[in-house]
Write a protein that binds this ligand. Structure first.
Ligand code: ATP
Ligand code: PRP
Length: 231
């Protein structure tokens, strides 16, 4: 059976990913020309590489069209419900670090925790004429964190596909959920992370789609061990 591993073809994870495969003794060779979206691994017969974007990789692992992928944990957990049942996080790779956080305007001096935010949400409509509005592209993680973990139900999500940190100043949302790495975008937009507002500490992971056909397949174990040995 052919095992397909999806790795980033572009973006911030591409180079680190190629380096890890190199260290793992799994050098990737493109098949066909430079612009090809397929590759193979030298010395690993029956393994195929698919070059995709990080967000496509999480989708393809979710629907089982690839066996393994390297992508951010945030994208995997946002992309599917019950991620741990459907995929295995085989290794955390030590790059692509980003925290998914809840951030509010710095001038909200009385709001430092999720409990404070819950209090604000409770009478937000009475005070401001609309429900507390959260700009994010992480709607699944936001709902889980706000509703299930913190019991906050009175809020509305507006989907933001770019420049999320600008939404409060632009008036299109009150607060945001987004990723941060250095924190400079949040600071530049006068936003602060709530003290218990880190939803997920994400990094690039080797992720396996849980498939029956993997059981007892020595190549599956060999790939996982090789990548782990490179960490
Ligand atoms: N500063 C950062 N900004 C955005 N993503 C980051 C950052 N640091 C690490 N990451 C991680 O990188 C991954 C996203 O990578 P990238 O933007 O290359 O992929 P993509 O979303 O597929 O790209 P595109 O938006 O072009 O489709 C996410 O898992 C994210 O957590
Ligand atoms: O905490 P920081 O170091 O400031 O990084 C966080 C920012 O970086 C990303 O945007 P970026 O413009 O890099 O790329 P994107 O197109 O993937 O959102 C991300 O969406 C945040 O806005």
């Amino acid at each position: 059976m052919t095992i397909t591993i999806a790795i980033p073809s572009k973006g911030r994870m591409k180079d680190d990913c190629a380096a890890i495969f190199e260290r793992a003794g799994m050098p990737i060779v493109a098949v066909g020309n430079d612009r090809s979206y397929r590759g193979r691994v030298e010395g690993f017969e029956g393994v195929e590489i698919a070059f995709l974007s990080a967000s496509e990789i999480s989708r393809e692992i979710g629907n089982g069209s690839v066996d393994f992928g390297i992508t951010g944990e945030d994208l995997v957990r946002e992309g599917m419900a019950e991620a741990d049942r459907r995929v295995e996080f085989c290794a955390r790779l030590g790059f692509g670090h980003a925290d998914v956080v809840v951030a509010v305007p710095e001038i909200w001096l009385d709001v430092d925790t999720m409990a404070d935010l819950g209090d604000v949400a409770a009478d937000f409509r009475a005070r401001h004429g609309h429900r507390l509005t959260v700009a994010t592209k992480y709607w699944r993680l936001t709902q889980q964190f706000f509703s299930s973990q913190h019991g906050i139900q009175l809020y509305r999500i507006v989907e933001s596909l770019g420049a999320t940190e600008g939404a409060p100043a632009a008036g299109s949302a009150d607060i945001i959920v987004d990723i941060t790495s250095t924190g400079s975008t949040l600071r530049a937009n006068h936003l602060k992370v709530l003290s218990d507002g880190v939803i997920l500490r994400s990094e690039a992971c080797l992720v396996r789609a849980r498939k029956e056909s993997h059981n007892g397949d020595p190549m599956v174990e060999r790939i996982i061990s090789a990548v782990r040995s490179a960490l």
